[in-house]
Design a protein around this ligand. Structure first.
Ligand SMILES: [Zn+2]
Length: 44
């Protein structure tokens, strides 16, 4: 039986933002090194 995509992503280790230690919510097509909050701070 195939693993569902949701289960697959659940079992991946969580990334942590090096800036603030926040867990990064990973998206299929983006490989962010920092969380959205820190990225937004940098762009302003
Ligand atoms: Zn951060």
């Amino acid at each position: 039986m195939l693993q569902s995509p949701v289960e697959f992503f659940r079992t991946l280790p969580k990334k942590v933002c090096p800036e603030c230690g926040e867990h990064i919510q990973e998206q299929a097509e983006s490989y962010l090194f920092e969380c959205e909050r820190c990225l937004a701070n940098k762009e302003e």
